[in-house]
Design a protein around this ligand. Structure first.
Ligand code: ATP
Ligand code: MG
Length: 389
């Protein structure tokens, strides 16, 4: 049987021009989510409708539930705007429920105010019709065993039983373009997800120290991008080797400063890529106080190396909350795979926690920063990563 999936999106914050832009982008993102189905995405009154053949419904629903901007979705049945036809469809739906569904509630939303019955009247008329046909049915408004929802649209009426929650947020692509600094850890994928949730499209940048870090650790980052791509569409993934930079820092700078110096080089490289690609902000998975490079002093000194706006969506979250989110968005199992990160390869025993910018800059004055950046830029490899499901 062909399916029709009704898609609801948040409207409250939308005014004027923003609304049109939001809807256009959401339409594009929904089409991308159903790309390989022979279905269609149609715009209705303040809703979208996905129609298509019924196969793989579960996968389709799962995909649509990952599109930011979507508040909820329902697999619906459709009928003409005619009370008798609505009654017949309702009877068919209730008749095919498994036994045990004896208490019910009807909830009507009338978008089309020209329909001659009000929402309470429709509830009433449909309810008594169903009770005539199924004498065991009892109305229970507080804890019904099923709820039958009716939406009176402009050209048709929709009836449905369930509502699946979408992720909310804003359609990816409506608020700007960003560069996610993606390690293989737990935090940065969550930071990327939260940024996409607020409408940012994301490219990812990963630094590796091959051959000190393995090819597995790069594959892990690609896998994380695949998982994120299920929410945000294709993700360009940039990989840069910082092996030469790390060797140079080890040879010329005190060990306890190496992380700060490396991080500053990373931000300079991120800055270059953002400018080349017209990206407007950097995203990191920093949160406060977890490690030496995440004190306010360290963050200040590290970020002084870039002019870009740096967003840190995790700053208000506890580790437990970040882990729960990582589990929810399905990046956790990949993140905890035990492959080393470039920052752990030459990890100092006692990293500074309160670096001073003058001190750092003094050491940098003795380095060939421009050449180091140029050398690292030459290792850049970019791949477009798609979701696998
Ligand atoms: P994560 O779990 O994301 O690795 P973390 O808690 O381990 O974060 P750090 O290792 O200090 O913290 O990294 C802080 C942030 O710096 C990361 O969230 C990420 O945005 C960026 N970062 C660290 N290492 C890399 C890397 N190898 N490539 C790209 N970005 C990185
Ligand atoms: Mg890390």
């Amino acid at each position: 049987m062909p399916v029709k999936i009704l898609i609801r999106y948040g409207e409250i914050a939308l005014k004027g021009k923003n609304r049109g832009q939001f809807e256009k982008q959401l339409h594009r993102n929904l089409k991308a989510a159903v790309r390989d189905y022979s279905g269609e995405v149609i715009k209705l009154y303040g809703r979208f409708m996905v129609t298509g053949p019924g196969e793989n419904l579960e996968i389709l629903l799962e995909r649509l539930c990952k599109v930011f901007g979507v508040v909820s979705i329902s697999s619906v049945r459709e009928t003409e705007l005619d009370l008798d036809q609505i009654k017949d469809l309702a009877a068919g739906i209730v008749g095919s429920l498994p036994s045990g569904h004896n208490t019910f509630k009807i909830e009507t939303r009338r978008s089309n105010k020209n329909f001659p019955y009000s929402s309470p009247e429709i509830n009433q008329l449909l309810g008594s019709h169903l009770q005539e046909l199924f004498p065991d049915l009892i109305v229970n408004l507080k804890q019904p065993s099923f709820k039958l929802s009716v939406e009176i649209g402009f050209d048709q009426a929709f009836l449905y039983l369930d509502r699946l929650a979408g992720p909310g947020g804003l359609p990816v692509g409506t608020t700007g373009r960003s560069l996610l600094m993606l390690s293989g850890g737990i935090d940065s994928p969550v930071a990327g997800w939260l940024s996409m949730k607020r409408g940012l499209s994301v490219e990812a940048l990963h630094f590796h120290s091959f051959p000190f870090t393995s090819k597995h650790s790069q594959e892990k980052v690609r896998e994380l991008c695949r998982k994120l791509a299920a929410y945000g569409g294709k993700i360009p993934l940039h990989m840069i080797s910082v092996t030469a930079i790390q060797k140079e820092l080890r040879a010329k700078c005190p060990e306890e400063l190496s992380i700060i110096l490396l991080r500053r080089m990373m931000f300079r490289l991120a800055d270059l890529i953002s400018k080349q690609r017209g990206l407007q902000a950097l995203i990191t998975g920093d949160s406060l106080g977890q490690v030496a490079s995440q004190t306010l002093e360290s963050i200040t000194v590290i970020t002084a190396a870039t002019e870009m706006l740096v967003l840190r969506p995790l700053v208000g979250l506890d580790k437990r909350e970040i882990i729960d989110m990582a589990i929810d968005i399905d990046t956790y199992d990949t993140s905890i795979l035990p492959y080393e990160d470039c920052c752990t390869v030459f990890l100092p025993k006692h990293p500074v926690t309160k670096p001073k910018l003058e001190v750092i800059e003094r050491f940098e004055a003795g380095l060939q920063i421009e050449e180091m950046l140029e050398g690292a830029s030459k290792t850049l490899e970019t791949a477009i990563i798609k979701s696998e499901s």
